[in-house]
Write a protein that binds this ligand. Structure first.
Ligand code: AMP
Ligand code: AMP
Length: 340
């Protein structure tokens, strides 16, 4: 098949996985890097082209040049971190995904509406410090990778440590259980949801506190922080898989009511904490490929069940684009702003 398209992404986050997958599916690949990462991306044979910027935030200056080529952008976490919502929407380069989802994801209130309409169980949210009647986590808006989150024991602790915060934040019930991040892929071509893989985050220092006995911690001035440094693979108890799939199905179903008929498609992830009564509490949804999928560039136990060949989320995205091209359905896997 003649496949003249180039798959392009920003050089960070999960770019290696996305570009390796695109290469394996027969596409040309382009990494838009910065000066520090240029050498890294040039060092891989599956990256056909690197454009180096001084800073990722200059990405919009490339739009004119990329629009003239057959380029498809595959977004990941850094797009959201480095480009504003407005900039996202102004781009008319073919874009894998539905940008209407961004508004529902970016606002914590709208996101909560989406998750609750899907019937998922959410941690309680408190409007003010005075309402706090149990341990909570205070989350700053737009905090990247868990930075700045605070564990707060009670209303008194809130007054002492969080009441003075200048930034916007939310106060959420602290759920004691194990965190599980579930990575999905919804195919608009097959109208089918797949579980691609799962991970747990490795966070400093909360994942280390258990190594010091509570008695020894007494009197130490240490409080948990949630800064992510990496990810670890998890396979879920099989009897819980059905619920994982059901939650994903419901999110896709509701997305078609709130974000236009295309709804949420492609890669997405929900962040859950599972309590001892096997209840999944859902904290957040990420509507694109997440960095935890980097554990599975060679595929995961779950993707192997569906494909019997190495199938990362990055490769799955490229396969969907390839299948769309082969069946003349490219419009189904791109945002409606994409000029073809
Ligand atoms: P980076 O590519 O490291 O600059 O990260 C881009 C964005 O993705 C930032 O908002 C990070 O906090 C987030 N991010 C990067 N790696 C991870 C990870 N392993 N888990 C969760 N979030 C991540
Ligand atoms: P998030 O930014 O929502 O992905 O959260 C980052 C990390 O903070 C998670 O991996 C958890 O360790 C922790 N966390 C977030 N929300 C809660 C919660 N409601 N209860 C307990 N821990 C939480």
């Amino acid at each position: 098949m003649d496949r003249p398209y180039t798959i392009a992404t920003l050089g960070s986050h999960s770019a290696l996985q996305i570009l390796k997958g695109a290469h394996d599916e027969g596409f040309r690949t382009l990494a838009v890097s910065n000066r520090d990462t240029e050498r890294l991306y040039r060092s891989f044979a599956f990256v056909d082209e690197v454009i180096a910027l001084n800073d990722y935030s200059e990405f919009m200056s490339l739009i004119g040049q990329l629009e003239k080529r057959k380029v498809i952008i595959v977004p990941h976490g850094s797009f959201v971190a480095y480009l504003s919502l407005d900039e996202h929407k102004k781009m008319t380069i073919p874009y894998f995904g539905n940008k209407a989802v961004l508004d529902w994801e970016a606002s914590r209130e709208l996101q909560r509406q989406w998750l609750s309409r899907a019937g998922l169980t959410l941690p309680r949210q408190f409007r003010s410090g005075a309402e706090i009647d149990r341990p909570v986590i205070v989350k700053l808006y737009g905090a990247a990778g868990g930075k700045g989150y605070m564990f707060i024991r009670d209303a008194h602790d809130f007054e002492a440590r969080a009441a003075h915060l200048k930034e916007a934040y939310i106060i959420q019930e602290y759920i004691i259980g194990v965190p599980l991040y579930i990575h999905y892929f919804y195919s608009p071509l097959q109208r089918k949801l797949e579980i691609m893989s799962m991970d747990r985050r490795y966070e400093t220092n909360v994942d280390s506190l258990g190594r010091i006995p509570a008695a020894a911690q007494e009197g130490m001035d240490v409080s948990p922080s949630y800064v992510v440094v990496g990810n670890q693979p998890v396979s879920l108890r099989e009897s819980m898989l059905a619920e994982a799939l059901r939650m994903g199905d419901e999110l896709v179903r509701v997305s078609k009511e709130i974000c236009g008929p295309k709804g949420l498609f492609g890669a997405f992830c929900i962040e859950t904490i599972i309590t001892p009564d096997i209840q999944f509490y859902v904290m957040e949804i990420s509507a694109r490929i997440v960095a935890g999928t980097n554990l599975f560039i060679d595929g995961s136990p779950y993707s192997y069940l569906n494909y019997s060949e190495p199938m990362s989320t990055g490769r799955r995205i490229a396969r969907e684009i390839k299948n769309a091209l082969l069946t003349n359905n490219l419009h189904l896997v791109l945002d409606d702003s994409s000029i073809l």
